[in-house]
Design a binder for this molecule. Structure first.
Ligand code: HEC
Ligand code: HEC
Length: 334
């Protein structure tokens, strides 16, 4: 009798088990385009509330608290007068403008730039040293705690490991050709110079030293992001600009065509800016190097020019094929 019944009762058990296994393999999908933005005013005057408010101030008025012009020299962590929200728009909640919503749920994560597992704090300091052209915040500083608390506040309710729609930049492939900075200069003059200035210098809210930051932030020159920043890479800048610039544009209301966004991304990133030393150390696993990383060394024989301006698709396809070969060889050797 037992033998007869066992297979029957076993079937639902097997199904239940595989469903659980499937549940683990398919993480929750959160669409940030209709995710409610939490209200900072609802927080109490406790430790967490105070940390979140400080983090919010650091994000939106970075220049006034840790900028290069603050009176206390030991607090000059940022090397330019941008704010985090010069790029992370709408207080770091705008979909496809690298929102911080959900970031706490997706870190620690593997990052190719470091070829290592990175925490939220590592990532904050990545932007401190590159986008903000400055130095890292100490892990135990009130500033680091404040920014991570604000990110955690924005991420509340998003399950660990969730797949975020609207996170990062818009996943739109770059045109399959070399970007043209000369054409991009014309796009800049028509669509960007009115705010960002003829020389990319932006427009200050006040005078140098009064800590008021920018109404329109500089897109090149010494007070902009340095050449180690994600925004310095043509595909990254293309995706940001396509869905977010000129001001007022978003992923549903674009102003530029992909071709215009691509060329203007190349143009602003051929102008002068601060240089980050040690760029040859980024992406130590060369087959996983971002295709738009303009700094040697690279795997393969593509010209330096192509790593800066594209076309990027042939590089991406070659890297993927080589990576697959390497993985197969590694598996065979085991
Ligand atoms: C010049 C533009 C710019 C500025 C200014 C900037 N960032 Fe970023 N940030 C980026 C870009 C671009 C990315 C994503 C691309 C990448 O992988 O580098 C990013 C990613 C991040 C992420 C990870 C987001 C994710 O979805 O994984 C965090 C956290 C972050 N930045 C924090 C900060 C903080 C804190 C500041 C201010 C101290 C700051 N950023 C200033 C451009 C900027
Ligand atoms: C109407 C004014 C306006 C126009 C026009 C405009 N921007 Fe912006 N831009 C802004 C503002 C304001 C920010 C800061 C983010 C925010 O507050 O939304 C910004 C931020 C940026 C940033 C990130 C921060 C930095 O300083 O690097 C880049 C890159 C950028 N704009 C590129 C462009 C490009 C390229 C164009 C033309 C296609 C353009 N913008 C047109 C107002 C404008």
């Amino acid at each position: 009798m037992r033998h007869f019944h066992a297979p029957l009762t076993a079937i639902p058990l097997v199904l239940a088990f595989s469903a659980a296994a499937l549940g683990q393999a398919a993480p929750a999908e959160i669409d940030l385009r209709d995710w409610p933005i939490p209200d900072i005013e609802t927080l109490g005057d406790d430790d967490f509330g105070r940390a979140v408010r400080y983090g919010h101030r650091l994000a939106t008025e970075t220049h006034a608290v840790i900028g290069p012009e603050v009176a206390d020299e030991s607090m000059r962590y940022a090397g330019n007068n941008l704010a985090c929200t010069s790029c992370h728009q709408e207080e770091a909640t705008k979909p496809f403008a690298m929102p911080w919503t959900g970031v706490t749920a997706v870190f620690p994560q593997y990052r190719a730039r470091e070829n290592d597992l990175q925490t939220v704090e590592d990532r904050i300091n990545g932007c401190m040293e590159r986008s903000m052209a400055g130095r890292p915040l100490p892990l135990d500083s009130a500033e680091m705690r404040g920014i991570s608390a604000y990110i955690a506040f924005l991420s509340a309710g998003i399950p660990v490991g969730a797949k975020l729609i609207g996170g990062g930049t818009i996943p739109e492939p770059a045109p399959d050709r070399a970007a043209d900075p000369a054409a991009g200069k014309l796009v800049y003059e028509e669509h960007c110079a009115v705010c960002h200035g003829d020389d990319g210098e932006g427009m200050r809210n006040g005078e140098v030293g009064d800590l008021a930051g920018y109404l329109y932030p500089p897109v090149h020159g010494d007070d902009s992001y340095n050449d180690g920043a994600g925004m310095y890479r043509v595909v990254m800048a293309y995706r940001f600009i396509l869905a977010n610039m000129p001001e007022g544009a978003d992923h549903e209301n674009r102003v530029l065509t992909p071709d215009e966004a691509y060329d203007v991304a190349a143009y602003i990133n051929t102008q002068s800016r601060q240089q980050k030393p040690g760029m040859e150390n980024d992406f130590p696993d060369r087959l996983r190097k971002a295709v738009d990383m303009p700094f040697a060394p690279w795997a393969g024989d593509f010209p330096a020019e192509q790593h800066k301006f594209g076309p990027f698709k042939p590089i991406a396809e070659w890297q993927a094929a080589e990576l697959k070969k390497r993985q197969e060889a590694e598996r065979a050797a085991q």
